[in-house]
Design a protein around this ligand. Structure first.
Ligand SMILES: [Zn+2]
Length: 267
């Protein structure tokens, strides 16, 4: 929308608001103050209502939260509640600033002001995370070399854990959901249910128990075969939901889950 038109629309909407709300809006930060104050305040502060939504909204309090590349909180548009929600994704100390991710880096946040060697390591991990993310999302590979894709999921998880100090956040929720999809496409309901459960747990941490996506993934953890891509690629990993091994230690269980160098009978 051209700024002039946005400016006129916002002016009309602001006029209809109580004086207090008008003042709150006008007190928000403006990155490029000038002749079009309403639209530039809006552009500076608006958050999308949903990850791919073309609709954005401005909130009197949430818009005061600063960006960090290593955020301690997650913001999400909850379609059921019709609210933007903020959840802590790791413990926050008293007096510590609440942060969410919305910039693309190159900023002055804690993550970007690391000393150079650590910053290089962090940049390398972020690049690796991007590359793995693209490799994992390749539908052709999911059909033809699912084991390698699952291995990539495992590497991605290691990178996320290192980069975010064990708090893998929404990227972790998406990653576990990817692993769920790979497993269910090849008929493995056992791994699929474990991955869906983990995707659910990470989702709840970021978006709360009442998040529609969290509830959807929770029901898939209980009935993975209900997913539309069940056995769509092959039946070569066929396993029922109750075939999750029960007596493995943590390390062996992770190896089983991601199909990493295991004796044949456990694969
Ligand atoms: Zn940063």
């Amino acid at each position: 929308m051209p700024l002039q038109i946005l400016e006129a629309k916002l002016a009309a909407q602001l006029k209809a608001l109580p004086k207090d709300s008008q003042r709150q809006f006008l007190s928000l930060y403006n990155k490029s103050p000038g002749k079009l104050p309403f639209s530039t305040i809006f552009k500076t502060n608006a958050l999308p209502c949903g990850s791919d939504s073309p609709v954005g909204a401005v909130y009197p309090t949430i818009c005061l939260i600063n960006h960090s590349c290593v955020p301690n909180s997650h913001n999400n548009w909850n379609d059921n509640l019709e609210h933007e929600t903020i959840h802590a994704i790791r413990p926050i100390e008293a007096g510590e600033e609440i942060t969410i991710p919305y910039d693309k880096g190159g900023c002055t946040c804690l993550g970007c002001s690391l000393p150079p060697p650590e910053l290089d390591d962090s940049d390398a991990r972020r690049l690796q995370i991007q590359l793995l993310d693209a490799a994992i999302g390749d539908p052709y590979r999911i059909m033809s070399e699912p084991r390698e894709v699952l291995r990539d999921c495992y590497s991605m998880l290691q990178n996320l854990n290192e980069e975010f100090g064990g708090y893998i956040g929404i990227l972790g929720a998406r990653l576990y959901y990817d692993a769920f999809q790979i497993s269910i496409a090849h008929g493995d309901q056992a791994r699929a249910s474990v991955f869906a459960k983990r995707a659910y747990e990470s989702r709840v941490l970021c978006e709360g128990e009442d998040s529609p996506e969290a509830q959807r993934v929770r029901s898939l953890a209980m009935k993975p075969a209900r997913h539309m891509s069940f056995e769509l690629a092959s039946r070569q990993w066929r396993r029922s939901k109750d075939m999750v091994p029960k007596s493995l230690d943590t390390e062996s269980f992770e190896k089983w889950l991601f199909k990493l160098d295991l004796p044949r009978d456990l694969r």
